[in-house]
Design a protein around this ligand. Structure first.
Ligand code: PGA
Length: 249
């Protein structure tokens, strides 16, 4: 067992009106009671960040789902890392495959956003992952390593950065890679972080993509998997807590 404190982060994506704060409250109450052996975070849409911080108190952390690289400026519709921090967020996801695909974000953009997160004092959760076609072509490790190298800004440490491996074809599909395949990618990610950083052995490496209560314990038991980034199953307290249960106190 490593001494890394795992992280289970929920990514609500573009889901959640104010009524959904009840689910987050229920997670916070249960986490305070269960004291799981993992940190717990929810990344709601930006509209809910401030109210969620108020709703969940200290029990769980709150993060954003994206940020602009700049602190302020003429960028209609964008949100800076400083704004997320000001709203009470402690983290931000950057480089999610949906942003890379929907908004044409390149790894160098992701690195600039991660640097912005650090500038604002936020934990950067940097996402990487191959498409189905890239996996079929045997390019998984090459793609993931290239994305990782391109998405890491200067100044990365185990304290300010988390890496999430999310195979694009596993997101929202109910499909997951085999434990061997996840282990192979996470071993490669660990090797890359150890080669780059003095404290690379302590960087949390999350797996994401169709994590559910029924598969969480198996996925979370893989070497070098230090938690989960959870989409659909983070939307209800019941399912999210079922995943958090993979880390009993
Ligand atoms: P999913 O999404 O759990 O719904 O597959 C994961 C993610 O995109 O972070």
């Amino acid at each position: 067992m490593s001494d890394i404190r795992p992280l289970v982060a929920g990514n609500w994506k573009m889901n959640g009106l104010r009524a959904a704060l009840d689910e987050a409250r229920a997670v916070a109450v249960a986490v305070a009671a269960k004291q799981p052996a993992a940190d717990v975070m929810i990344c709601p849409p930006a509209t809910l960040v401030a109210s969620m911080v108020g709703a969940v108190g200290e029990a769980i952390a709150v993060g954003g789902q994206d940020c602009h690289a700049n602190e302020t400026g003429a960028h209609t519709g964008d949100i800076s890392a400083e704004m997320l921090a000001d709203a009470g967020a402690g983290a931000v996801i950057v480089g999610h495959s949906e942003r890379r695909a929907d908004h044409g974000e390149l790894s160098r953009d992701v690195a600039a956003k991660a640097a912005a997160a650090h500038r604002a004092g936020l934990l950067a959760i940097i996402c990487v992952g191959e498409t189905a076609g890239e996996r079929a072509a045997g390019l998984t490790l090459q793609v993931v390593e290239r994305q990782l190298a391109g998405s890491l800004p200067e100044g990365v440490t185990a304290a300010n950065t988390v890496i999430a491996y999310e195979p694009v074809w596993a997101i929202g599909t109910g499909l997951t890679p085999t434990t061997e395949d996840v282990g192979q990618v996470h071993t490669a990610l660990r090797g890359a972080m150890v080669a780059k950083l003095d404290d690379g052995g302590g960087v949390r490496l999350l797996y994401g993509g169709s994590v559910k209560p029924g598969n969480a314990a198996e996925l979370m038991g893989i070497d070098n998997v230090d938690g989960a980034l959870v989409g659909g199953a983070s939307l209800t307290a019941k399912d999210f807590l079922g995943i958090i249960d993979a880390f009993p106190s």
